[in-house]
Design a protein around this ligand. Sequence first.
Ligand code: AMP
Length: 396
Amino acid sequence: MKDIESKENHKLNELNFNLFRELGLREPILSALKQQGFEKPTLIQEKTIPLALAGKDIMAGSATGSGKTLAFGAGIIQNAKRGNGIQALILTPTRELAEQVSNSLKLFSARQPLKVVAVYGGVSINPQIRELKRADVVVGTPGRILDHISKKTIRFDKLKTLVLDEADRMFDMGFVCDVEKIIKRCPEQRQTLLFSATLSSEINNLAKKHTTEAARIVTKAFVDPQKLTQVCYEISGGLKFSLLVHLLKHESAELGMVFCNTRRNTDLIAKNLKHSGIEAIAIHGGISQDKRNRAIKHFHAKKARVLVCTDVAARGLDIKGVSHVYNYDIPADSKQYIHRIGRTARAGEKGKAINILSTRDQEKFSRVIKYNSIAKAKTPYVERANVRSQANSRSY
Ligand code: AMP
């Protein structure tokens, strides 16, 4: 009986995996995906890969965590040839995302000799200059790409595909002028793929300007209520930190991300969590890139269970096994809220978003999101945690 069941399962797995082949993907990318344990394409992959392989321009509305890197990367990897110059450029708003996208592309192209290079600021430019000489695919942030353009250490005359990843964030972070300058350096005859979590009028205009007859693809809602639970706790301001400690100790979390709005609060919370016996690390824009990369690796490896971060530092990060997202400080707007909670419940996993609201936060939060749709959890009794720093003590 078990034998039959396992044969049936095997058959089903084969059928599912074959969907990648049916999208037009061939070896060696198929075997790289198998090695990654991917069973079937995600929705965004299903819709975009055949169009991307056919050379079409695409404008896609797709949340982080939806499998968008393979959606835009598959065609690039399948068509690129080693040693033919830079054939694809992927622009990302943050350094972390550049690092992450390039790592994913390296995994997807593990069975072919492609050279994928990540270039971003905050680290020495010289090793990048050496690597760029042999690059087939480049992933980078706008500022550093412009540095390379002005130094003449990057050439786009062989470029076939340009990807704008998280285009909405490029706007939010004020990178659009830089992006426009880079686009001017790319050949007019090219494929352009624009991916964005939200498709605002700004994004539509950007697409109109830089794409040709782009296929518009929007995948389902950002939050799958089957997978993501959202709750909020209401507590007096003086006990916010104590409640956070209580929840981190009592929720059976795999990995948790705690969002703060300022660098200062990020450091303070991480420091005080450590004093409360919780292994926490902090990332924010004021920490050197090397240290940030090390912190993320540490968290990835589950050596620290809690990452305290600002939005900028955490943008677009894909860390497997983030089961809980805590909003310690309230996000500025609903877009930011969506981005934050998108760190969990990824790739079919379950997740929980927890909002810790002081009386003062409640009104602000109701402006950010219709929070009557978020379950109010009964606030537990919490022991007042020992907070070592005087600064900002009110918000603890
Ligand atoms: P992304 O949206 O590209 O950041 O991907 C989110 C996560 O989903 C990454 O960890 C990917 O490795 C993973 N992923 C992408 N496509 C698939 C797939 N077809 N099956 C399973 N996991 C996937």
